[in-house]
Design a protein around this ligand. Structure first.
Ligand SMILES: *[C@@H]1O[C@H](CO)[C@@H](O)[C@H](O)[C@H]1NC(C)=O
Ligand SMILES: *[C@@H]1O[C@H](CO)[C@@H](O)[C@H](O)[C@H]1NC(C)=O
Length: 228
């Protein structure tokens, strides 16, 4: 009985397949993986700690009170740079493809792990003025990688932008000098939303369009099979 059921299931599958041939992309996953690999190569060879990952100077008010210490005032950050990116890989769990009537889209998300930024600061707080350095290491960055081709023009385009950090618990901060005020500043970065958000703002302005366009021009967009 079971064998018969399987037999009919197979027949049904073949029949159904013949009746409704699918329109599919040919190896779209491989495509987005190749694009990501090329982007990483280009980033590693030319861009990693260069001016293409700029972090602007900025000043942020800070207000934090706990365990008997209050810090209140302004902190300005300057001369910040990306010191190291532990690894860059593509997360295929967030893979998505969409075959629409006018265009086709293939997306996944790049993940950068252990992104270390270094910066100098000047703190102008009630009861403390001083300068120092901070090394802020983010556990991971999410950067959606999107590609698309418009049928009518054949034009291929894409985007790769910083979206978010994984979680506030995923930040490690080492401050120098290691005193109570600097420790409280480090605490503010991990626990104070406004303060932390200011630190993330420059990453949202990073633009990888120039390198992404190199990869998009080198690697052909997947063909479509209209009857597979
Ligand atoms: C922080 O900066 C703002 C704007 O420049 C200023 O109004 C404020 O007085 C400063 N706070 C302290 C504590 O210096
Ligand atoms: C940022 O601050 C540093 C140190 O004060 C300075 O040398 C640099 O020119 C500033 N950069 C910008 C873009 O203002």
């Amino acid at each position: 009985m079971k064998a018969v059921g399987t037999f009919f299931a197979v027949i049904f599958f073949i029949t159904w397949n013949n009746v409704q041939p699918a329109v599919v992309l040919i190896e779209p996953r491989m495509y987005i993986q190749k694009i990501a690999k090329r982007v990483v190569e280009l980033l590693e060879s030319r861009y990693l700690t260069g001016p293409d990952l700029p972090i602007d100077n900025y000043t942020s008010p800070i207000e934090l009170s706990s365990y008997g210490i209050t810090i209140s005032g302004n902190v300005s950050f300057h001369s910040a740079f990306v010191a190291k990116i532990g690894s860059m890989e593509l997360n295929m769990q967030q893979y998505r493809e969409a075959l629409l009537s006018t265009e086709v889209q293939i997306d996944a998300t790049m993940q950068w792990r252990n992104v270390a930024t270094a910066m100098d600061f000047y703190a102008d707080l009630d009861g403390f003025q001083g300068s120092g350095t901070l090394m802020v290491t983010y556990g991971h960055f999410d950067l959606p990688l999107k590609t698309k081709r418009i049928f009518e023009t054949g034009e291929v385009s894409g985007s790769l932008l910083f979206q978010s950090i994984s979680s506030i618990n995923d930040i490690i901060i080492v401050g120098h000098p290691n005193n109570a005020h600097v420790q409280m500043m480090a605490r503010a970065i991990t626990t104070n939303f406004d303060f932390r958000d200011k630190m993330l703002e420059p990453f949202r302005r990073w633009n990888f369009l120039n390198i992404l366009n190199v990869a998009l021009s080198e690697i052909p967009f997947p063909e479509i099979c209209y009857n597979c």
